[in-house]
Design a binder for this molecule. Structure first.
Ligand code: ADP
Ligand code: MG
Length: 492
C-alpha cells in the first residue's frame, strides 16, 4: 500500500480533527456454484444442503477454481481501470473459527488478481476519486446459528465457499458522507456490470470501514475497523459515532488501540469485538492445492469486448451531449433500469422528447409515485411511451404543468391509458386561441384598475396578481407565459 497522502480539494474537519477512512468491501459474486466446489450458491436453503465435501473440508477433497468467478474479477478490474494480474496466487489465511472447518480461508495475499484502480463519483457537486489498492478473490466462511429455543448452536456451511471479491481502498476518504458516496458508487458499479446482486440484507455487499482521526498535517492516526456494515444508513451512523468516540478518547488524553468493532443499530454505538490481528498472525502461505491463477491477455480483451459502457461514462455523456446537470445524469444512471427507462422516453418513438423535461418527470412525479408504493422502475404502471406522450404535450404548450400532473395521475391509477385521450376527456387543453385570451385579459384589466395603476408605477407584485386573475378567469387553461406576454403588451 502506498503511504502517500491523497490530495483532496477539501477536508471537512470535525472539532479540529481530520477524519481518515479506508474501505474493505466483500462482494458476493453472482456465480451459480461456489468458488472451489460445484455446490450451489443460492440463498436461503435448509442448513448444510448447499455444501459439498470441499465445503465440509472432508479429508482428501480438493478445490477446483470456478472460471466464472475469475471472469467477474476481470470485469471488475476493467470497470475501475485496474491492472489485471497475468498471474496471481491463492494463499491460506489460517485462523480458528467454528464456521471455518478447514482451519484456513483460501484467499489471495501477496499477489491479488486485481491491482490498483480508481472509483470516481460526485459529492455535493465536487468530483471525488478514491484509489483502490487491490481486489482479491476469496471464499466466504459458513455461519454459526444460535438456536435459543433449544439452547444450542449449529454450523451452517451453505455460505462456505461462496465466491467473494474483496475490494480494498487506500485511506482516501475524509468524511462519513464521502465514505457513503463511495460505497454507493461501488454498489452501482458491481450491480451494473452484474458481478454481484447487491442485496445488502442478504449479505451480498458488506462493507468494513477503517476509521482514524488526526490533526491536519499529522501522520495517520491509529485506525479501528467497523465490521460488516450492511446498510448505507448504518454506515453513516457508525462512522459518525466512531469519529466522535475517537476524538473524545484523544481529548481525554487516551490513545486509540487498533481494534475490530461492531456497530449496534439499536444503540447507535460501536463496540470493541477484539483487538486486531496483524497479517503475521494469519501465517499466510501459498495454497499448495491450487496452482497460480493465469489470465491471458486474450481473455482480458475478450471480456472487455463483452462489456457495455459504465454508468459514470454514460452520465458524462448526458452532461456533455444532452445538457443535463451532473446531479440529473447521476440519478438517471443510478441503475440500468432507470437508464433504460429514461432513454426509452427520450428516444423511444423516433420523435425525440426534450431530455431535461423527461428527466424532471422521471425524477419528480414518477420517482415520488414509485417510492410511495415501494415499486422499482421496472414495475412502473406508467410506461415510457405513455410518459413520452405526456411530456411531448407539455413541451408543445398543449397542457400546463399542473394539468400534466392530473394526466399522470389518471395514467397511474389506470383511469386512462392514453395521455392525449385523457387531456381531451378532461378538457385540459390550454387556451391557444389568442383572440379569446385577449378578450379575457381586457376584462381582467377593466376589473382591476388599481393593480393596473400599480404595475404602471413599476410594482412587479401587482403584475403577478394580474396574471393570477387571468389564469383564474381561464380556469387555469391559459399558458401563463402567453398571459404574461399579452399583459406586458397591453400595459406598454
Ligand atoms: P489489513 O489488511 O491489516 O486490514 P491494510 O493496510 O490492508 O490492513 O488496510 C486495510 C484498510 O484500512 C484499507 O482500506 C486502508 O485504506 C485502511 N487504512 C489503513 N490505515 C488507515 C488509517 N490510519 N486510517 C484509516 N484507514 C486506514
Ligand atoms: Mg483487512
Amino acid at each position: 500500500m502506498s503511504t502517500t497522502t491523497h490530495t483532496t480539494t477539501s477536508s471537512p474537519l470535525v472539532q479540529g480533527y481530520e477524519v481518515v477512512i479506508g474501505f474493505e468491501t466483500h462482494t458476493q459474486l453472482t456465480t451459480q456454484s461456489k468458488i472451489f466446489s460445484r455446490a450451489s450458491t443460492s440463498f436461503g436453503a435448509e442448513p448444510n444442503t448447499n455444501a459439498s465435501a470441499v465445503d465440509f473440508a472432508l479429508p482428501g477433497a480438493l478445490p477446483v477454481m470456478n472460471k466464472g468467478a475469475v471472469q467477474r474479477a476481470i470485469e471488475f478490474g476493467l470497470a475501475v481501470n485496474a491492472h489485471i494480474a497475468e498471474q496471481s496466487v491463492f494463499a491460506r489465511k489460517n485462523y480458528f473459527y467454528p464456521d471455518l472447518p478447514k482451519g484456513y480461508q483460501i484467499s489471495q495475499f501477496e499477489i491479488p488478481v486485481v491491482q490498483g484502480g480508481v472509483v470516481e463519483f460526485f459529492l455535493n457537486g465536487e468530483k471525488k476519486s478514491v484509489r483502490l489498492v487491490r481486489a482479491h478473490l476469496e471464499e466466504d466462511a459458513g455461519k454459526s446459528l444460535h438456536e435459543d429455543f433449544i439452547g444450542q448452536s449449529g454450523i451452517d456451511l451453505n455460505r462456505a465457499g461462496t465466491p467473494l471479491l474483496e475490494i480494498v481502498t487506500e485511506p482516501d476518504m475524509r468524511s462519513s458522507a464521502e465514505a457513503v458516496a463511495y460505497a454507493r458508487e461501488l454498489h452501482k458499479i458491481v450491480t451494473w456490470i452484474g458481478i454481484c446482486d447487491g442485496n445488502m440484507q442478504e449479505g451480498s455487499f458488506r462493507c468494513d470501514a477503517n476509521v482514524s482521526v488526526r490533526k491536519p498535517g499529522e501522520p495517520l492516526g491509529t485506525r479501528r475497523e467497523i465490521k460488516n456494515l450492511n446498510s448505507f444508513k448504518f454506515m453513516q451512523q457508525a462512522i459518525d459515532y466512531e469519529v466522535r468516540w475517537q476524538i473524545e478518547q484523544i481529548e481525554d488524553g487516551k490513545t486509540i488501540q487498533q481494534a475490530t468493532v461492531l456497530f449496534d443499530p439499536d444503540t447507535g454505538e460501536t463496540r470493541s469485538m477484539r483487538t486486531k490481528e496483524d497479517a503475521a498472525d494469519y501465517r499466510y502461505f501459498p495454497d499448495p492445492d491450487l496452482p497460480p491463477l493465469v489470465i491471458s491477455r486474450e481473455w482480458v480483451e475478450q471480456v472487455k469486448l463483452g462489456m457495455g459502457d459504465l454508468p459514470r461514462k454514460i452520465a458524462e455523456r448526458y452532461v456533455t451531449e444532452l445538457g443535463l446537470t451532473e446531479y440529473d445524469a447521476s440519478s438517471l444512471t443510478q441503475s440500468k433500469a432507470t437508464m433504460i427507462y429514461f432513454q426509452s422516453v427520450v428516444y423511444g418513438s423516433g420523435n425525440p422528447v426534450p431530455p431535461k423535461l423527461a428527466a424532471n418527470w422521471i425524477m419528480g412525479e414518477l420517482s415520488r409515485r414509485l417510492n410511495s408504493e415501494e415499486k422499482s422502475i421496472e414495475q412502473s404502471v406508467v410506461k415510457p411511451d405513455q410518459l413520452a406522450q405526456l411530456v411531448r404535450s407539455i413541451n408543445a404548450g398543449i397542457i400546463s404543468n399542473n394539468a400534466a400532473k392530473q394526466v399522470f395521475d389518471a395514467l397511474w391509477t389506470g383511469e386512462g391509458s392514453d395521455a392525449d385521450a385523457i387531456i381531451e376527456a378532461k378538457g385540459l387543453k390550454q387556451m391557444s386561441d389568442t383572440s379569446e385570451l385577449e378578450k379575457i385579459i381586457d376584462e381582467v384589466l377593466a376589473a382591476n384598475a388599481k393593480n393596473v395603476e400599480e404595475v404602471k408605477a413599476g410594482n412587479a407584485k401587482a403584475m403577478n396578481a394580474l396574471v393570477g386573475q387571468a389564469m383564474k378567469a381561464t380556469k387555469g387553461k391559459a399558458n401563463p407565459a402567453q398571459v404574461n406576454e399579452l399583459l406586458k403588451k397591453k400595459l406598454g
